[in-house]
Design a protein around this ligand. Structure first.
Ligand code: RET
Length: 286
C-alpha cells in the first residue's frame, strides 16, 4: 500500500518535472533565438508606451461614449502586453508534432499559440471601438464580436490539432468563414451607420486599415511553419505577425483616439447603441 503511494508520488513528481522542463526548454529556445525574442520584446515595449500615451490622451475626455471608446481601445495594448509576456516567458507556446501530410510531418514545430488565444480578447476590443465610432447598434456589434471570437478560437484549434492534417485545414476554413462575417459587418453594415453618425471619414480610414491588415494574418498563417511551411522560420513568421500587430493595434488605436479626443462633440451626438441604427427598422404605431 505504502509502496503504491510512494510510486504515485514519484510518478507525479516526474510528471511535474516534465511539465516544468518543457516550459524551461521552450524559454531557453526563445532566449537562444534572438530574432524571435526581439519580435516579442519590441511589442512588449510598444504596448507599454501605448498604454501610457493613451491614458494621457484620454485624461480630459468626458462624454460617456467617447470614454467607452477610450476604455475599449486602452484594452488593446493591455491585452497585448500580457499576450507577449506569456509568449516571451514560454508559457503560451509549445512544440507540436506535425501530422502526416504536413510539409514538416513528424517534426516538432514551435507554435506560438498564445497569440491566437489572446486575439480572442484583443480583437473584440478593436471591433467594439469601431462599432461605437460608427454609431452602430448592439445587434451588429454583437454579431461582429461573436464571429470574431469564433475566428480566433477556431484559429487556435487549427494550430493545436496534431492528429490530422486535413482537420487542421478544416479548422482554418471554419475560421475563415467567421472572418467573412466580420468583414461583412465592417465593409457593408458599419459604413452606412458611420455615414448617418457623421463619422464616415475617420471610420472609412480605419476600416481600410483594419481590412488590409487583418487579411495579412490568415496569409501569414497559411505560409508559416504551421500551415504550408513556405516560410519555415518561426522567427520570421513571428516578426510578420508582430509587424502586423504594430500597425493593427498601436497605430490604429492612436489614429482612433486622436480623432475621438478632438471630436468629442460629434461622438456625443451619436444615438445610443441599444436603439436601432439609423438604417434599421423603426417601430410602427399599432
Ligand atoms: C487565423 C488563422 C485561421 C484563419 C484566419 C485567421 C485570422 C486571424 C486574424 C487575426 C487578427 C488579429 C489581430 C490582432 C490584434 O491584436 C486565426 C490567423 C481567418 C484576422 C488584428
Amino acid at each position: 500500500m505504502l509502496e503504491a503511494i510512494a510510486g504515485d508520488i514519484a510518478t507525479l513528481a516526474q510528471f511535474e518535472l516534465i511539465l516544468e522542463m518543457s516550459q524551461t526548454d521552450v524559454y531557453n529556445e526563445i532566449v537562444d533565438d534572438q530574432l524571435l525574442n526581439l519580435s516579442l520584446w519590441v511589442n512588449i515595449a510598444l504596448a507599454g508606451l501605448s498604454i501610457l500615451l493613451f491614458v494621457y490622451m484620454g485624461r480630459n475626455v468626458e462624454d460617456p461614449r467617447s470614454q467607452l471608446i477610450f476604455v475599449a481601445t486602452l484594452m488593446i495594448p493591455l491585452v497585448s502586453i500580457s499576450s507577449y509576456t506569456g509568449l516571451a516567458s514560454g508559457l503560451t507556446m509549445s512544440f507540436e508534432t506535425m501530422p502526416a501530410g504536413h510539409a514538416l510531418a513528424g517534426e516538432e514545430v514551435l507554435s506560438l499559440w498564445g497569440r491566437y488565444l489572446t486575439w480572442a480578447f484583443s480583437t473584440p476590443m478593436i471591433l467594439l471601438a469601431l462599432g461605437l465610432l460608427a454609431g452602430s447598434n448592439i445587434t451588429k456589434i454583437f454579431t461582429a464580436i461573436t464571429a470574431d471570437i469564433g475566428m480566433c478560437v477556431t484559429g487556435l484549434a487549427a494550430a493545436l490539432t496534431t492528429s490530422s492534417h486535413g482537420l487542421r485545414w478544416f479548422w482554418y476554413f471554419i475560421s475563415c468563414m467567421f472572418f467573412v462575417a466580420v468583414l461583412y459587418v465592417l465593409l457593408v453594415e458599419w459604413p452606412e451607420d458611420a455615414e448617418a453618425a457623421g463619422t464616415a471619414s475617420i471610420f472609412n480610414t480605419l476600416k481600410l486599415l483594419t481590412v488590409a491588415l487583418w487579411l495579412g494574418y490568415p496569409i501569414v498563417w497559411a505560409l508559416g511553419a504551421e500551415g504550408l511551411a513556405v516560410i519555415e522560420s518561426v522567427a520570421i513568421t513571428s516578426w510578420a505577425y508582430s509587424l502586423l500587430d504594430i500597425v493593427a493595434k498601436y497605430i490604429f488605436s492612436f489614429l482612433l483616439l486622436n480623432w475621438v479626443a478632438s471630436n468629442e462633440s460629434i461622438v456625443a451626438n451619436i444615438r445610443s447603441i441599444t436603439g436601432e441604427s439609423t438604417s434599421g427598422v423603426t417601430p410602427t404605431d399599432d
